[in-house]
Design a protein around this ligand. Structure first.
Ligand SMILES: [Zn+2]
Length: 443
């Protein structure tokens, strides 16, 4: 920042907005919805402090010795400031020349007419522009220099940590916003005399809809924004229920921020997986709470889950067999290799359950997680058909991987369940044999 001169000049602020954001400007509540992407704001600094003072102000957030003054101040609270382009000049008309140059950049559009240009007498459509891709400094520089609108355009890159903090502020704000609704709903349910389930839906004419609309109005956000906030806050509350309140400093750690998507994805997994992931971040084993397929997590809660996984495998294999009839021979031979492992691992599961063994040797080397995972990750053959074969194998071996823990927890199938499981194993055997014949006839 110290390299920026204290003389007057013009500048462009380059912002990035990670997702669609509704922003309310001024106390009158005028609101606008901004699509994700890149935003360019052009301004000039002529007063005391010059460029350096003005650009330092733009970098700060409100409350940090700064009040809302310009439209761009409201926008800045939601976006990440990534770059500043500037040149020293005493000619304030440059601001409008630069705005016109930005208008001409490929893909530039005007998100809000006259934004930042309410006192512009030069008929600029706006001093604020949107681009879906990152704007090219080189293209802008070449353009202004060829028009003699600057001797040199300087570029200042803004440091990353500020951006991370901004991301945490955004999701934390969203959580608090959604919680406003959740808490008011909790209080409203007993008073309403309705079943709690009737408060789930946000569909029109449902009681929760009206409440969500009230909260949106009070908090000055749009209805789509409040529904997203409710979904996000619900996800966070689920994680608190399953992992304890310790999860909050993990999710909103300004030094190691978690992504919104990662939090949402984690909330949709089993409680065991959530605890595993959160503990991993606390203990420094991993950075992100995002669930990963290699997580060593036990999540078989009942024998029915084993059965339902096998039923899915059977369904997947039948579709696979159909698709293989017209598939390329590479695909057929790879699918055959995977489906053979499906058969053997299902067989092994059936044998173990029948003889009620409980030892570690239940999982042979052939089905070790490492062996299977490296096979599943091999992308030598690609496409939807081979994807089915991989999925079938994943579901089947999962039963074996969880087998020991399942027995340790006393999850032993009843005689009826055992017969159902063995029935599925037989079905899997038959269909994988058909795949084998198909592969044999091709080679
Ligand atoms: Zn202008």
């Amino acid at each position: 920042m110290n390299s920026i001169p204290i003389t007057s000049g013009v500048y462009v602020l380059v912002f990035h907005l990670s997702r669609k954001t509704d922003i309310t400007f001024d106390r009158k509540g005028s609101q606008h919805s901004f699509p994700p992407g890149w935003y360019l704001y052009v301004g000039s600094a002529c007063g005391a402090g010059g460029l350096r003072g003005r650009l330092a102000r733009h970098q700060r957030h409100t409350g940090d010795r700064k009040r809302f003054h310009w439209h761009v101040d409201y926008f800045r609270e939601h976006a990440m400031l990534c770059e500043i382009w500037y040149c020293a000049t005493a000619d304030s008309a440059f601001e409008h020349h630069w705005a016109k140059t930005l208008t001409a950049l490929a893909g530039a559009t005007v998100p809000v007419p006259k934004f930042g240009a309410s006192d512009c007498n030069a008929q600029c459509p706006s001093h604020f522009f949107h681009l879906s891709g990152r704007p090219s400094t080189a293209a802008f520089r070449a353009s202004v220099e060829s028009q003699n609108l600057s001797t040199k355009v300087f570029v200042e890159f803004i440091e990353e940590p500020r951006g991370k903090k901004q991301a945490v502020r955004e999701i934390h704000f969203e959580y608090l916003l959604g919680r406003q609704f959740l808490e008011r709903r909790r209080r409203a349910i007993p008073e309403s005399g309705l079943e709690p389930g009737q408060w789930d839906s946000l569909a029109k004419h449902r009681p929760a809809r009206q409440l969500a609309e009230q909260v949106a109005e009070q908090m000055q956000v749009s209805f789509p924004a409040i529904t997203e906030a409710i979904a996000f806050a619900t996800a966070v509350e689920t994680l608190i229920e399953n992992c304890g309140a310790d999860v909050l400093p993990v999710l909103f750690d300004p030094h190691r921020p978690q992504g919104r998507k990662a939090i949402m994805r984690l909330s949709r997994t089993s409680n065991v997986r959530q605890q595993y992931r959160v503990a991993g971040v606390i203990e420094g084993r991993s950075r992100s709470v995002a669930p990963h397929r290699d997580d060593s997590v036990y999540d078989t809660e009942s024998v029915r889950e084993v059965l339902s996984r096998l039923q899915r495998v059977r369904g997947i294999l039948k579709i696979l067999l159909d698709q293989l009839r017209t598939a390329h021979e590479d695909v057929v031979s790879e699918a055959n290799r995977l489906s053979r492992l499906c058969r053997l691992s299902a067989q092994r599961l059936g044998d173990c359950l029948k003889s009620r063994v409980a030892s570690a040797s239940a999982v042979s080397r052939e089905f070790h997680k490492k062996t299977i995972m490296s096979m599943l990750r091999s992308k030598a053959v690609t496409g939807g058909t081979i994807g089915l074969a991989r999925l079938a194998l994943r579901f089947t071996v999962k039963n074996l991987w969880n087998y020991e823990e399942m027995i340790r927890r006393g999850l032993v199938p009843t005689e009826k369940e055992l017969q159902e499981i063995l029935g599925e194993v037989k079905e899997i055997h038959d269909v994988t044999r058909k795949i084998e014949c198909l592969a044999g006839s091709q080679s």
